[in-house]
Every structure is written in C-alpha cells, then in structure tokens.
Write a protein that binds this ligand. Structure first.
Ligand code: CP
Length: 304
C-alpha cells in the first residue's frame, strides 16, 4: 500500500504519469465517472481549508465515489482526547482512502504508520503540502508546456509556506531550474531546504528582498500568503503581512508569457487589478487541483 506524505514519495516518472492521467481526465471526463463506484474517501481536516478539502471531495464524487469526514477537529472525538493514530485506525474501517490535514508537522506520517488504507498528506503545519505541489506541476505543465528550463520566482513567506517547500523539492528534480527566492530576512527559506535540496542537487538560486529586481527574468512567479497562523506574535505578522503586494505596475518589466501562480487563499499579496491579466493563472491553478487529485486517488486505490 502506498501513501503520499512527501512529494519525494513519488518518482519523477510517477509524477509525470499522474500529470498525463490528469490531462486525460480534463479531456475525457466521462471515461472516469464510474472508476471509483462503491469507494469512499474520508477527509479529516484538523485545520481550515477551502480548496484542498473541497477539491478532494469533488474529485472523489466525479470518480463516482462517496465522501465522509470532518472539517474541524472540534466536531470529531479528537475534542474528547482521542489520538490521531486511533482516529485513523477507526476511520480506516469506514473508508478506502484518507486525505488528512493537521497543524502538527509529521502528523500524516504518524497516521500512515497505523493506517490500513492509503493516507494523503493534505498539508502538515509549515512542513509539506504534496498535493498542492502536484496541482502546481500540472498547472506549470499545462500553462508553460514543460517542467524543465524554467526561472521560478518564489515570493513572500518562504519560511512557513509549506507549498513552497514541497514545490522546491519537486522542481529540483527537473533539468535547468533556477530559483529566485524573494522574501524579507525573517521569512526566508529554511536553511535545511537550501542545504539538503538546493545545494545538494547543485540547483542555482539567488535570494533577494526586491520583487522587481529579477522580474524580467522570470517564467513563473509564485506568490504566497504570509502564514498568520504560524506566527508566535501578532506584532511580527502585522509588520510583515503587506511586505509584497503584486500589482500591474510591478509587472511592467515581466515577460509576456509569465505565469503568475498562488496556491491561494490570497489576502493582500496580489492586487485584484492583476486578476484580469492573461498571465494570472491562480484561479486556473485551483481548478487543476481537482483533476490531479482525481488522478492521485486512482493511483493510490490502484484503479486502472
Ligand atoms: N491551497 C490550499 O491549500 O488552500 P486551502 O487552505 O483552502 O485548502
């Protein structure tokens, strides 16, 4: 049985296969509408979510399956003191696959050790978010036509932004990728990712605080929200939350075919005047999320 806890649980070949299946689903939805008849997905969300939970649920429904679960810990027996391990063992009696989000880093891994059904990490604290990364890779493949030879700007909260950590890990396995890490000092990429992923794999990167400095070089600009829920004090959050606000003016020197991405939710970091720019891909990105999660459910349930 296979789980998806970290994006590295999938080989490059497996990721490329998932992307191909997702593209086939987009073009031939009817072919897939009964693939998961009789199957149940459980969504266990111990942290808030709109896209991840609802796209997983829509994905399973569009495959013909059903969905059970909870969207906050307070409505489950965790509120009475039940452990994650016990919760997973029990939910595995009622479902065929579980997507789980938890504020504690490593919680989905702990869950997978005891689970009798596949576990999908739907985000664990400030650590990883592998299905957002699959969404991002499908978006890049569809919008840019390739996953190699890309200059990727990552902007905002690179410290706590789990989507950034998983995306760097995934993209570092493709050829000729250069990262532009754009953040204030306090929100810079953790040292362990620079050391264990970028430097270990000889991936070129630069760090800057200035969003406009390398704008003309970028093929992808991946904006992120400052992760309020991970801050220890409100004062630091208030000081940093509007550090970057992407607007039309800042895009003046950007390439005509730049792809602007954001895992969403957005707060202030992209001005709404950018939404109509043909280079704004973030709402398309949310849509791609459902299709790649359909492909992932099929893979983990071993449905042909
Ligand atoms: N991108 C993302 O994880 O969004 P949600 O928090 O709404 O699931």
């Amino acid at each position: 049985m296979k789980h998806l806890i970290d994006i590295k649980d999938l080989s490059v070949e497996e990721i490329d296969d998932l992307i191909e299946v997702a593209k086939d689903i987009i073009n031939h939805k009817e072919k897939y509408s009964h693939k998961c008849d009789g199957k149940k997905l459980a969504t266990l969300f111990f942290e808030p979510s709109t896209r991840t939970r609802l796209s997983f649920e829509a994905a399973m429904m569009e495959l013909g399956g059903n969905v059970i679960g909870f969207s906050e810990a307070s409505s489950s027996s965790v509120a009475k003191g039940e452990t994650v391990s016990d919760t997973i063992r029990v939910v595995g009696c009622y479902s065929d696959i579980i997507a789980m989000r938890h504020p504690k880093e490593g919680a989905p891994y702990v869950a997978s050790i005891k689970s009798e059904v596949p576990i999908i990490n739907a985000g664990d604290g400030g650590h990883n978010h592998p299905t957002q990364t699959l969404t991002d890779l499908l978006t890049i493949k569809c919008e840019k036509g390739r996953l190699d030879n890309l200059n990727i700007g990552l902007c905002g909260d690179l410290k706590f932004g789990r989507t950034v950590h998983s995306l760097i890990t995934a993209m570092s396995r493709y050829k000729n990728i250069k990262f532009f890490l754009i953040s204030p000092d306090e929100l810079s990429l953790p040292e362990y990712i620079k050391r264990d992923v970028l430097e270990k794999n000889n991936i070129e990167y630069v760090e800057t605080k200035n969003i406009e400095q390398y704008m003309k070089d970028l093929d992808i600009l991946y904006m992120t929200r400052v992760q309020k829920e991970r801050f220890f004090n409100e004062e630091d959050y208030v000081r940093l939350k509007d550090y970057y606000i992407l607007n039309k003016l800042k895009l003046k020197k950007a390439k005509k075919d730049l792809c602007i991405m954001h895992p969403l939710p957005r707060v202030n970091e992209i001005s709404t005047d950018v939404d109509d720019d043909p280079r704004a891909c973030y709402f398309k990105q949310a849509r791609y999320g459902k299709y790649i999660r359909m492909a992932l459910i099929l893979k983990l349930l071993e449905v042909k």
